[in-house]
Write a protein that binds this ligand. Sequence first.
Ligand SMILES: [Zn+2]
Ligand SMILES: [Zn+2]
Ligand SMILES: [Zn+2]
Length: 434
Amino acid sequence: MAERIPCAREGCGNTVLPATAAKTGGICMPCKQEIEREERRRYIEANRRDVNLYEGISDPVEILSIMHTDQPRDPLIYYLPYERSKEQVYLSLSEQEQLRMADLAMEMIQDGDGDTGTEILTLLSGYHDLPLTAYLPELLEYEVYYPAILFRSASPSLRDQLLREVETDDEHRNHLLLMLAYIGDERVVRQFREWRQSPPAWRDRLHVPPEHYAMEGGWELTAEGTRRDLFIQPSYALFRVREQGNAAAFEHGGPVRMLAVNSACCPWCNGPLTTLIDLDAGHPALAGLSWKADRFAARTCVVCSCYGTVYMEIDEQGEPVWSEHNVMPYRAGEMDTDDYDGSFTAVTDQFRIAREPRHPFHGSEWAMEPSLSQIGGHPGWVQDAEYPNCPCCSARMKAVGQLDWGMVEEYGEGMYYIFACEPCGMTAVSYQQS
Ligand SMILES: [Zn+2]
Ligand SMILES: [Zn+2]
Ligand SMILES: [Zn+2]
């Protein structure tokens, strides 16, 4: 066997067979590959060009249609992002432009791109509350059952069709029940009530009783068989102004106290409690909440609420205090507090609350990446809808807001959900992540 010789590249300790060396000019294969990668990188850097697909285009429908189109991947092209976010462009659409967007979405669905088409319709419905009534029968013909929120604006005749199909369509029953939950009108409430009184034959094929689907639509069927809404309206976005001294962005919103670290400690992990949000109870964002203190403050342990719901009561001064009803969601020593570094305390003065409300379903489709943090509005569940019960009176608590942790910390993820029981003055915070 031929004797191996050292790689000719300086600093490399590998040896190569003479046959390889003859092919590579005396260097080892890893070195050869590294040099080629480096050459390739330099070539891309020197030859890559910026491409602005939005150059000279002012029609927002055209801009959005480009945003929704995947460009072929080419390392020699850098696609310049548009100056505004997709969400901002959607919000700028006139009524006429919204309808053009909806038509474009239907064309995509007809051409087989159901994913993009339904995404566009969902965003129009969430950001503008655009009624999709006229489009829904055709959506069903194309077997679009998801996201169910699209069917919120179903006509009475389509609703009746869904009520018939749910009895027989085993395959789509789950989606059909979700659609009915979002419709949530008197007819649906009556049907849910009847199903509760006499469960249908297909009940056993569901994980929960059919009337529990109501919660996915943001309401519950009360013991009396009526509809009770489980989130407050309207919705006010909470946002963060990242750039220092961006006065214009700051003016866009009003002051809000967020993420203040409290002197009280969590009795479970001994970490400090954090007030996720602290807002005057008279703020228009809380118009849908009758609160017995001057301020609404949602305080929690940001570590422990990732493991289970944390409840707080208000004392006589209106101050939130740890509730005796709390039940530790893990066994002592089972929990890892390393995740907590409290770095968010450095950015607490960067948050603002929008001056104008937005539509109540704006932040409700988590997967479509709208701006999620809000006071009021339908929750953007990462998992299934989960409204905690008040440990004091056992009524289901109302969603008051949510905080997207991705907005707070650079590598943050998941969402904190804030709930309240008005008569008891109880708040709750829970958490979901993907
Ligand atoms: Zn080498
Ligand atoms: Zn804790
Ligand atoms: Zn209660």
